[in-house]
Design a protein around this ligand. Structure first.
Ligand SMILES: Nc1ncnc2c1ncn2[C@@H]1O[C@H](COP(=O)(O)OP(=O)(O)OP(=O)(O)O)[C@@H](O)[C@H]1O
Ligand SMILES: [Mg+2]
Length: 234
């Protein structure tokens, strides 16, 4: 098989209190949409922060297109093509929609990707002058996703985009992710707990537990509600 776009090899990482991830390995190939699931507090966010370089690697390696990025700062990874939609949206509430998007362009070192973003999120074009913090929850999630896309990423990492979002908006997010993956060929890692969103979008999944990837789920597994619910947070 071709070289993975992202390869996470025996990663150890955590906080001052100790390691959370002991030995995590996963591979994501170009064009894939892969879910990462696991119960509350197993370290899904910790893993995404480590992949982005926001938390230091204590052991192991992270390679992008075969080249180690382990010692690269988050800004360098963003410029190399990593896009990140953190858990809890984390838009800049006191910046306008336009400023949030410009920030995304700068972080990704890209400019001129906004037309595609507005085509996907027409509401944001209408709200360009509004402060991010005054948008609805669904619109803030759209802005967080749009901000990441404004950097024109090759790998998009989303951490629980459905969290505290209404079901109809979750469905819309699912459709947008499908378009990005299937039509635009964007490679996506999706940390999720919402079974419907995972089933609608992910081609396979990794299950995180006790600081490791304990299972790799196939497309058939991902469509199996009973099986998936065992691995999702309640
Ligand atoms: N900044 C931090 N400092 C110390 N410990 C932390 C910090 N952030 C998270 N942790 C701990 O690390 C562990 C993993 O947390 P993490 O947020 O990665 O889990 P998660 O799988 O994303 O959970 P959730 O499903 O709730 O989002 C938890 O025990 C958590 O308490
Ligand atoms: Mg989390």
């Amino acid at each position: 098989m071709a070289e993975p776009l992202l390869s996470v090899d025996h990663v150890r990482s955590g906080y001052r209190g100790g390691d959370i991830l002991n030995d995590v390995s996963m591979q994501v190939h170009r064009g894939e949409m892969v879910a990462v699931v696991g119960r509350n507090g197993v370290g899904k966010t910790t893993l995404m922060r480590t992949i982005m370089g926001l938390l230091p690697l204590r052991a192991g390696d992270i390679r992008f297109k075969g080249v180690s990025v382990a010692s690269d700062a988050p800004q360098k990874r963003a410029r190399a093509g990593f896009g990140y939609v953190p858990q809890g949206k984390m838009i800049f509430p006191f910046l306008t929609v336009a400023e949030n998007l410009r920030m995304g362009e700068r972080i990704g070192g890209a400019a001129g990707s906004l037309d595609r973003v507005f085509e996907m999120f027409p509401i944001l074009r209408e709200r360009l002058g509004q402060h991010g913090g005054t948008l609805s929850g669904g619109q803030q999630q759209a802005l967080a996703l749009a901000r990441a896309l404004a950097g024109n990423p090759q790998l998009l990492i989303l951490d629980e985009p459905s969290e505290s979002i209404q079901p109809n908006i979750i469905q819309e997010i699912g459709q947008i992710l499908q378009r990005l993956n299937r039509d635009h060929g964007l490679t996506i890692i999706l940390v999720e707990n919402n079974f419907s969103l995972i089933r609608a979008t992910a081609q396979r999944a990794y299950v995180l537990d006790r600081g490791r990837c304990v299972a790799e789920l196939t497309t058939a597994d991902v469509a199996d509600r009973e099986r998936m619910l065992r691995h999702l947070s309640v």
